[in-house]
Design a protein around this ligand. Structure first.
Ligand SMILES: NC(=O)c1ccc[n+]([C@@H]2O[C@H](COP(=O)([O-])OP(=O)(O)OC[C@H]3O[C@@H](n4cnc5c(N)ncnc54)[C@H](OP(=O)(O)O)[C@@H]3O)[C@@H](O)[C@H]2O)c1
Length: 232
């Protein structure tokens, strides 16, 4: 496949490196300095690209996604912190008859972890002697907090046990690629479920799998649709 990468940061470079080892061609690598407001994402520049993979910044993603959809390119995005604009982007996908797959976290393990956390919350429901909390840690340069994954963890746990608050604490320090945990702390014991990412390569592999999967689909998808089927 010919893949356009939008964003030449840590994730854009990781996806490009992995794509080449899997026999894909990097059609273009579009970096921040040339792409204010998505202006480099023209039909001419993107002609011949089978799919685009976008990893930029919360304040750049929406314009990038709109421009990529205007150019008729299926888009995989892992940028976090823009999801409040999802209704606007969904309407754009429908207008253009395009395809978008978005994920705040592309690692397979995290999606299994989220399902396990939902099950755990269901089991703790009705046991008020435990206090629950969510903790997420990321490297110092991560711009958004809480992480999209922590918000999703909170959403699912709250859906399974609406009576219990699940406050999120965010730590931004050092170089850690990402840790999420949910804990239930009682007077005599603590139960903890955690996901620890060891490197960015797990995210890059998931984003690349999405880039291989998305062409030929129409509409808005999440990584769960790809991993577990559209019915979840
Ligand atoms: N979904 C997942 O699994 C996952 C995993 C890791 C990270 N993320 C998220 O992915 C995003 C990127 O992470 P990262 O670690 O790669 O960050 P990063 O190393 O800071 O890279 C971001 C890059 O985006 C570029 N950029 C900014 N605006 C742009 C634009 N309009 N067009 C093209 N490029 C632009 C920046 O270039 P300049 O410096 O030149 O502006 C920078 O090189 C973040 O939102 C992060 O939270 C998601």
């Amino acid at each position: 496949m010919r893949i356009a990468i939008v964003g030449g940061g840590k994730m854009g470079r990781a996806v490009a490196a992995l794509a080449e080892t899997r026999g894909h061609t990097i059609h273009a690598m579009i970096v921040g300095s040339e792409n204010a407001g998505g202006r480099a994402l023209t039909a001419e520049r993107l002609t011949g690209a089978d799919v685009a993979v976008e990893f930029t910044r919360p304040d750049a993603a929406v314009a990038n996604l709109e421009r990529l959809l205007d150019a008729g390119v299926p888009v995989v995005t892992g940028t976090t912190g823009w999801l409040d604009q999802l209704p606007r982007i969904t309407a754009h996908v429908e207008r253009r008859g395009g395809a978008l797959l978005h994920a705040a976290n592309f690692s397979l393990g995290v999606h299994l972890f989220l399902r396990a956390a939902q099950d755990l919350a269901r089991r703790f429901a009705g046991h008020p002697g435990f206090d629950a909390f969510i903790l997420e840690e990321h490297h110092a340069a991560k711009l958004d907090a809480p992480s999209g994954t922590a918000r999703e963890l909170q959403r699912r746990a709250s859906a399974a046990d609406p009576a219990r608050p699940f406050a999120i604490t965010s730590v931004r320090a050092g170089v850690t690629p990402g840790t999420h945990l949910v804990a239930y702390d009682g007077p005599y014991e603590r139960v903890t479920l955690a996901h620890v990412a060891r490197s960015r390569d797990g995210f890059a592999a998931g984003a690349l799998a999405a880039a291989e999967w998305l062409p030929g689909h129409r509409g808005v998808y999440t990584v769960e649709d790809m991993l577990f089927g559209e019915s979840g």
